[in-house]
Design a protein around this ligand. Structure first.
Ligand SMILES: NC(=O)C1=CN([C@@H]2O[C@H](COP(=O)(O)OP(=O)(O)OC[C@H]3O[C@@H](n4cnc5c(N)ncnc54)[C@H](OP(=O)(O)O)[C@@H]3O)[C@@H](O)[C@H]2O)C=CC1
Ligand SMILES: O=C(CO)COP(=O)(O)O
Length: 333
């Protein structure tokens, strides 16, 4: 039986722990708050994040990272992208040298512009051949309700991706393997920013043509940018590209879409931030994505305009005008 640890007991960490248990693993969750670990152990629920999910008996929790990581062959990381480096500094050394380290995170680090697999390799000295990235159209609430979904399990190491895919396969969660870690991580990070843009448009009362236009042009800029970093263009047509973009941009369950929607309705950044406890990765990552894209000479106008709203206080309505008045060009330029 595979021993797995999930670091992070938020929405996706908790839902992923259930996937692993349903796939036959013995799972320990690390919660940073002891009361969350106690609640999971005594009620088999994590009411603050996924109140409707009854966790399988094979899942237990602890607030002690070393106890959580003990003997784990698979260590899953599900904390916010911007805290990952600090988290790993605290307990990264608890992860065994032979464990596969799985990133569920969809962001780019501020300041360094590192992808999450790069942060893991640097901050916890993990061999990149042991790092696996899981991404795709996986809204935690739907997965927790055991609604069927597919995902991509990416690693440069064929054995690592096969092993993690096997440990995560259930009747409602179907993993596909992929060797393109860069493309999978870029798709996952940029779609959050495009979902903020779509949310803003919807919040301003715009309809499906606007949504589809933003989504399609968003995919174009994601691919343009990812290819400059060495990604396989085909990855953006897959689950970590189109798949996740569609799920996130079309769902009120998405924190990024909802965040953008509230901005579009006229709430201030501070008001929206105060109303949401959960992680909307695109809000911070739009800045690091813009910086990384600029450094490789990739034009990312939607990301740039979302960053102008979030970091410069521009109004969403001004951004729409700006995007619509850009110089005309070939669709594939
Ligand atoms: N939710 C989803 O549907 C999906 C999310 N993802 C990605 O997974 C990653 C995690 O997301 P998700 O689980 O949804 O996030 P949540 O906001 O739901 O949970 C974050 C978790 O990280 C913990 N945490 C640990 N250290 C810190 C810290 N220093 N500051 C804040 N929180 C900390 C939180 O603890 P505490 O409870 O004590 O605050 C909580 O358990 C993100 O990158 C997200 O993009 C990917 C696919 C689906
Ligand atoms: O990544 C996700 C779905 O695949 C979750 O999106 P949000 O973080 O916007 O909720």
């Amino acid at each position: 039986m595979t021993r797995a640890t999930v670091f992070g007991s938020g929405s996706w960490g908790t839902a992923y722990a259930a996937i692993l248990a349903d796939a036959g693993c013995d799972v320990t969750i690390w919660s940073r708050r002891p009361e969350v670990a106690d609640e999971i152990n005594s009620t088999r629920r994590n009411g603050g994040y996924l109140p409707d999910l009854q966790l399988p008996d094979a899942v237990r929790a602890t607030a002690d990272p070393r106890e959580a990581a003990e003997g784990a062959q698979v260590a899953v990381l599900a904390v916010p992208s911007q805290t990952l480096r600090d988290n790993l500094a605290q307990w990264g050394d608890a992860i065994g040298d032979d464990a596969y380290v799985v990133s569920l995170m969809k962001g780019i680090e501020l300041g360094t512009t590192r992808r999450m697999s790069e942060v893991i390799a640097e901050a916890a000295s993990v061999d990149p051949e042991r790092i696996v990235v899981v991404s795709g159209p996986n809204l935690a609430r739907e997965i927790a309700a055991k609604q069927p979904a597919a995902a991509v399990v990416a690693s440069t190491n064929a054995m690592a991706r096969a092993r993690v895919a096997e440990a995560s396969a259930t009747p409602y969660f179907r993993p596909y393997t992929n060797g393109d870690v860069v493309g999978v991580e870029i798709g996952g990070a940029v779609k959050n920013v495009i979902a903020l843009a779509v949310g803003m448009a919807k919040g301003m009362g715009m309809g499906d043509n606007t949504m589809a236009s933003l989504l399609t042009r968003g995919l174009a800029e994601t691919a343009r940018f990812g290819i400059r970093l060495g990604a396989d263009p085909q990855t953006f047509l897959g689950l970590a590209g189109v798949g996740d973009l569609v799920a996130t941009c079309a769902s009120p369950l998405s924190r990024n879409y909802t965040f953008g929607f509230k901005l579009g309705q006229g709430q201030t950044l501070e008001e929206v931030q105060a109303s949401t406890k959960q992680t909307a990765e695109g809000v911070k990552s739009c800045r690091s994505i813009l910086e990384l894209a600029t450094s490789v000479g990739a034009e990312v106008p939607i990301v740039e305009n979302v960053a102008a709203v979030v970091f410069e206080g521009r109004r969403p309505a001004d951004v729409v005008e700006q995007l619509m008045s850009r110089s005309r060009k070939h669709e594939r330029s």
